[in-house]
Ligand binder design. Structure first.
Ligand code: FAD
Length: 422
């Protein structure tokens, strides 16, 4: 079969939250988009373990895209964040207490989010062609500028010619590698990896709380899922999964029960094999330049973060919301668009990078706190959490960069039920 060639103003590689949100935002502005996604939509709802926690700021961004009403039925609102260290509660944060319009994080399965974004995109004035499965394997361009992408599909090869190619293809981005933007990227391995699994939700647990349980140098996250289960992220030392597997499934159940005795029964019933678990190797990637002529990176491809405080989806959505209007203005220049697009991409990085850096710094501080192991260090950690918990101003200072970076305090005197759209 001969190669097919399609054309668009923008080619988006990757149909995760970032790529889908950008396609929607551009289509709303009337721009033509081709989106390539390597996963086969015919093969079920996709992987079970992907970012599901959407921060209050992510809700704000979805609302701005006109997508919140579409997904709110599938979202599970979270009211509290609770940290227990050595069996004692050291921090209890109520999201309703924050003085922002969008206060509550939600748990939102990625398949529901992605299909809502796709459905909305199809209703916009700008044409968006989605090719899936289609895997980008090469960049096009004779000179220094990228002019599109070559992708492989089950029916042959497709060339997409576009004024701009966007690498929204995740933490192991092919576009980043092929464009050379990954050459000076700094990858930092964190000390821990996370084993993810889902269990029945303990009946006596509040279904609207995030829980962090710490004991010595070990910790786990317990996040309520929209489907009524609890998503567990158990931290293991880097490379420790092999050791854990060698010890057997019972060792994993014991580790969980030691951190949260309430899940002991659920772990016995709900954890039947290693295929019920998924490992996330934790690293952060800092990419010095997010764009080159004809190509730009977005979401995890531009800045992979750790899973602490569920930041990845939010930043991918924020990137898309920032980038789309800049591209729209640049594309409006017609023949001079190449240079204008380059400037737009540089502006986008300048506007987005500080918020990403603040999240990364907050995550690294939090990771260090989690991994403090000696008795003296653990006492210090507990004292720190208690100090933060005791002061509303300090709570806001610590948590605002994670949960409310795009919002200003306001609506302070009105009850949450009246003002919060969640
Ligand atoms: C187990 C796990 C749990 C997580 N939990 C959370 C959480 O609770 N909250 C949170 O905010 N974040 C979480 N994250 C991170 C979050 O999922 C990501 O930060 C977020 O999805 C980034 O969005 P993205 O669109 O940039 O990239 P991705 O979601 O990774 O999407 C990239 C897309 O590109 C496609 N793709 C890749 N290569 C190609 C190619 N060559 N051609 C075509 N398509 C390609 C992929 O199939 C994928 O669909 C978690 C991640 C994992 C793995």
């Amino acid at each position: 079969m001969p190669d097919e060639t399609v054309e668009a103003e923008v080619c988006v590689v990757g149909g995760g939250p970032g790529g889908r949100a950008l396609a929607l935002a551009l289509a709303r502005l009337g721009r033509s988009v081709v989106l390539l996604e390597r996963r086969d939509p015919g093969r079920g709802a996709g992987p079970v373990f992907r970012g599901e926690s959407v921060s209050p700021d992510g809700v704000r961004l979805l609302d701005g895209l006109g997508a919140w009403e579409q997904v709110r039925g599938a979202a599970h609102r979270v009211d509290r964040l609770e940290i227990e260290d050595a069996g004692r509660r050291v921090l209890d944060v109520r999201f309703a207490d924050f003085p922002y319009r969008y206060r509550h994080p939600v748990e939102l399965p990625q398949p529901a989010l992605l299909s809502a974004l796709a459905e909305l995109t199809a209703r916009q004035p700008g044409p968006c062609t989605v090719l899936a499965p289609a895997t980008a394997v090469a960049l096009l361009g004779a000179g220094p500028a990228v002019t599109g992408v070559r992708a492989v599909t089950p029916h042959g090869t497709v060339r997409v010619r576009a004024a701009l190619t966007v690498g929204a293809d995740g933490r192991h981005s092919t576009v980043r590698r092929l464009s050379g933007l990954g050459e000076r990227a700094r990858r930092t391995l964190l000390e821990r990896d996370v084993v993810w699994l889902k269990l029945p939700h303990p009946a006596d647990w509040d279904r609207r709380a995030y829980r962090v349980r710490i004991a010595g140098g070990s910790h786990a996250l317990f996040l309520p899922c929209a489907d009524g289960r609890v998503r567990v992220g158990l931290n293991v030392p880097k490379g420790g999964l092999r050791q854990l597997r060698a010890q057997g499934l019972d060792a994993l159940r014991r580790r969980l029960a030691a951190l949260a005795p309430e899940v002991a029964d659920a772990a016995r019933e709900g954890l039947r094999g290693w295929s019920d678990t998924a490992l996330l190797d934790i690293f952060t990637t800092e990419v010095p330049r997010w764009s080159a002529p004809g190509v730009v990176l977005l979401g995890d491809a531009a800045h992979t973060l750790s899973p602490v405080l569920g930041q990845g989806v939010n930043h991918a959505l924020a990137d898309a919301a920032e980038l789309a209007p800049l591209l729209d203005r640049a594309l409006a220049e017609g023949r001079g668009a190449g240079r204008a697009l380059g400037a737009a991409c540089e502006t986008y990085q300048r506007l987005r990078e500080p918020a990403v850096a603040r999240s990364r710094a907050l995550q690294l501080r939090q990771e260090r706190l989690f991994t403090l192991a000696g008795p003296g260090a653990a006492v210090l950690r507990r004292a720190l959490y208690r100090t933060v918990g005791a002061s509303p101003a300090l709570r806001r200072r610590v948590l605002a960069p994670a949960y409310f970076p795009g919002q200003r305090p306001g609506d302070r005197h009105r009850p949450a039920a009246e003002t919060s759209p969640v």
